[in-house]
Design a protein around this ligand. Structure first.
Ligand code: HAM
Length: 422
């Protein structure tokens, strides 16, 4: 029996990979504009990093991590997300000591979660994420959201919805936590076993439960908005003010709870509103995580960021019928007739490539007609023919496929000629 690809993963083949390259390039361009620098961290980390960073009570840590013991007996986990690893690296390399703060970083790379595969949900997926560490200015919250929105818009998405919430600071969260416990306690027996264990550990997570989402207590649950202290309230208002100033539309949803434990203050998600986009509409998620650097052993440092997956972005592009401007054609195809010309064509092809022309030739010993057909299939802009007569005269025949024009050009002049006419 042949061996097949693991469930929840995919091969990205030529024809599709160009879409990935395009959107990844776009991400890099936008990050350059916003002055975020790339960081590359390992694909696996010590398991403890995610237990401490992402949070022991989250689905990610409890159910979804690829964890194994390596040959040295260490517990290792394939990264399920990027933030904890970036923060580990920030602390390990003492980036907080750099004169330029905040430290603004981005990453593009595979993440791994053992989830039930379905449309838009993979076990290996690629996240593009940014993290800004070291600033408590609400303007950086707005900047991070603006970056995500601009990125999506730059690849052609239009039907987007930015949803924001504030989870408040530690004091606000504590007050809200107590209110949630008081609210759910009397009837916690009616909830699923996960929610029962969440009640004491992390009652906020109950609001995010998929099984119990229709329970009547969910609708009447105390809203964080009523528990924000003055600092948190003003902070959230400032964030909204900045978004408005940037002409970024958003809606406030006090029930927006993120699936990771490290968040406080600003939390946000960007959804696709495209018709026909699957049931999972969240394209991007992020928020502020002011205690995380300390949790991971660094000095008190605020942080905010987001991550989005390329898989869901491409699905959203498809749902909105956006075609990316992918250039598939090649510049030159060199057709050779006869042994001597074939030998010589190798050097011509190489010279053209060195001069920057995307160039191809035949390697299958094809007849002339079939070589022309290949040139056609590859959408070559110029077909360069080298027969024995041409070789004797040290010339080639250059055919411009768009205009049908043909010219005899000296081999020594070929590059200069193409540069002039292309
Ligand atoms: P997250 O909400 O777990 O947050 O994931 C962010 C995004 O990754 C999602 O909105 C979705 O686009 C994508 N994603 C997650 N799981 C899958 C999957 N199984 N298949 C395909 N795409 C998926 C985080 O990961 C945080 N680290 C974000 C963050 C950065 N917060 C602050 N900084």
């Amino acid at each position: 029996m042949s061996i097949q690809i693991p469930r929840g993963t995919q091969d990205i083949l030529p024809g599709t990979v160009e879409l990935w390259q395009y959107v990844e390039q776009q991400a890099r361009t936008i990050c350059r504009m916003f002055n975020y620098k790339e960081i590359r961290t390992p694909m696996f980390e010590h398991t403890e990093l995610f237990q401490r960073g992402v949070g022991d009570t989250t689905d990610i840590v409890q159910k979804e991590m690829y964890t194994f013991e390596d040959r040295g007996g260490r517990s290792i986990t394939l990264r399920p997300e990027g933030t904890a690893a970036v923060v580990r690296s920030f602390v390990e390399h003492k980036m907080f000591g750099n004169p330029n703060q905040p430290t603004k970083l981005f990453y593009i790379g595979p993440m791994f979660r053992y989830e039930r595969p379905q449309a838009g949900r993979f076990r290996q997926f690629v996240q593009f994420g940014v993290e800004a560490l070291g600033s408590n200015d609400p303007a950086i919250d707005a900047e991070v959201m603006a970056l995500a929105m601009q990125f999506y818009q730059s690849v052609g998405l239009k039907k987007l919805r930015l949803v924001i919430n504030s989870l408040g600071d530690a004091e606000s969260r504590q007050a809200h936590r107590e209110a949630l416990i008081n609210h759910f306690s009397p009837r916690i027996g009616e909830f699923c076993s996960d929610c029962q264990s969440r009640l004491e550990k992390n009652p906020l997570r109950i609001l995010d439960c998929k099984k119990d989402r229709d329970h009547e207590l969910m609708k009447t649950a105390p809203s964080i908005m009523d528990y924000l202290n003055d600092y948190s309230k003003v902070y959230f208002e400032k964030v909204q003010q900045y978004l408005t100033n940037l002409h970024i539309e958003f809606v406030v949803d006090p029930n927006l709870v993120r699936g990771l434990d490290y968040y406080n203050h600003t939390a946000f998600e960007i959804m696709s509103e495209a018709e026909g986009f699957g049931s999972i509409t969240t394209l991007c998620g992020g928020g502020r995580y002011n205690g995380l650097v300390q949790d991971i052993g660094g000095p008190e440092t605020p942080g905010i960021g987001f991550a989005l997956s390329i898989e869901r972005l491409l699905a959203a592009l498809e749902a909105e019928n956006v075609t990316l401007p992918i250039e598939e054609s090649i510049d030159c195809y060199v057709v050779a007739l006869g042994e001597a010309a074939k030998d010589y064509s190798v050097s011509i092809v190489n010279d053209l490539r060195m001069a920057g022309f995307i160039t191809e030739k035949d390697y299958q010993d094809k007849k002339i007609k079939a070589q022309f057909k290949s040139a056609d299939r590859l959408q070559a802009k110029f077909v360069i023919v080298l027969g024995e007569d041409e070789l004797d005269k040290k010339v080639v025949n250059v055919k411009n496929m768009a205009t049908g024009e043909q010219h005899e050009v000296a081999i020594t002049e070929l590059v200069a000629h193409l540069k002039e006419v292309r």
